[in-house]
Design a binder for this molecule. Structure first.
Ligand code: NAD
Length: 256
């Protein structure tokens, strides 16, 4: 295995939440390694801008507007991706949503919204990709974006809806990995710590971000470009014997 290549020429990667942050950084890295990329995002315009940027750099890239929590939209977006690119080798289930409220004040709507996007949406996209991968008999790789909050009890934000949904992703990955192993579909996750993306309002409250950085042994928040290599590694040939695993990319937060 000393000649293992990390190139992805001829491969097609679908990235949900691909218009921004971790998804966009992953899409750029996939493209730089030779993969064609389909960006799926509820912000169709932003996804198209990102796909155009990738095409301008010489990559094969497309965009689809969709909401991952809507079964029909997921099916349509994957059918469009398959018509456009012909195959799907890797799926990054990355789109996610969160909200904050103390548990005793959290309404059912906020609870259901986090579960619908982070857990059900992740399942719907993984299922859609796997249906194609199983029929194509080429195997494949699925990488989900979980969170340190799916692996710890929190204590740094009132968001049990988010914590529960991301904890669900960690165990969804284990279950799918075992069930689909016979089809040579690997299923893994990354669990980022705090990352400077619009998701955490990184540009809005510097004092809060400084407090979060103090919780991280490496002493700072991550950049999206520091999460993408873990995602692309787990999706690629270098991770051929890794499945059912969640890899924290957290500056040592969970090691404390
Ligand atoms: P981001 O806001 O930069 O990107 C998220 C993207 O997902 C956006 O483009 C958004 O339009 C899209 N999206 C949201 N809901 C969607 C839906 N229902 N259907 C389709 N697209 C949808 O944020 P990010 O930080 O890159 O977040 C990516 C993932 O990383 C999320 O799953 C998030 O929970 C996870 N995460 C983020 C952090 C962090 O600190 N930023 C930490 C741990 C985990």
């Amino acid at each position: 295995m000393s000649d293992v290549s990390f190139r992805l020429d001829g491969q097609v990667a679908v990235v949900t939440g691909g218009a921004s942050g971790i998804g966009l950084a992953s899409a750029r890295l996939f493209a730089s390694l030779g993969a064609a990329v389909c960006l799926m995002d509820r912000h169709a315009d932003q996804a198209e801008v990102a796909a155009a940027e990738l095409r301008a750099s010489g990559a094969d890239a497309s965009a689809s507007g969709m909401d991952i929590s809507d079964e029909g939209q997921v099916a349509d977006a994957f059918a469009t991706a398959l018509r456009r690119h012909g195959r799907i080798d890797a799926l990054v289930c990355n789109a996610g949503a969160g909200s904050n409220a103390p548990a005793v004040e959290m309404g059912l709507e906020a609870w259901n919204a986090a579960i619908a996007v982070n857990l059900t949406g992740t399942f719907l996209c993984a299922r859609e990709a796997a249906r194609h991968m199983i029929a194509a008999e080429r195997g494949g790789a699925i990488v989900c974006t979980a969170s340190i909050m799916g692996l710890s009890g929190g204590g740094f934000g009132n968001n049990v809806n988010y914590q529960a949904s991301k904890g669900g992703v960690v165990n969804l990955v284990r279950g799918l990995a075992v069930e689909w192993a016979r089809h040579r579909i690997r299923v893994n996750a990354v669990a980022p710590g705090w990352v400077r993306t619009p998701f955490i309002g990184w540009d809005k409250d510097p004092a809060r971000l400084a407090r979060l950085a103090d919780l991280v042994p490496l002493g700072r928040l991550a950049e999206a470009e520091e999460i993408a290599p873990a995602i692309v590694f787990l999706a690629g040939p270098g991770a051929a014997m890794i499945t059912g695993h969640t890899l924290p990319v957290d500056g040592g937060f969970l090691a404390r």
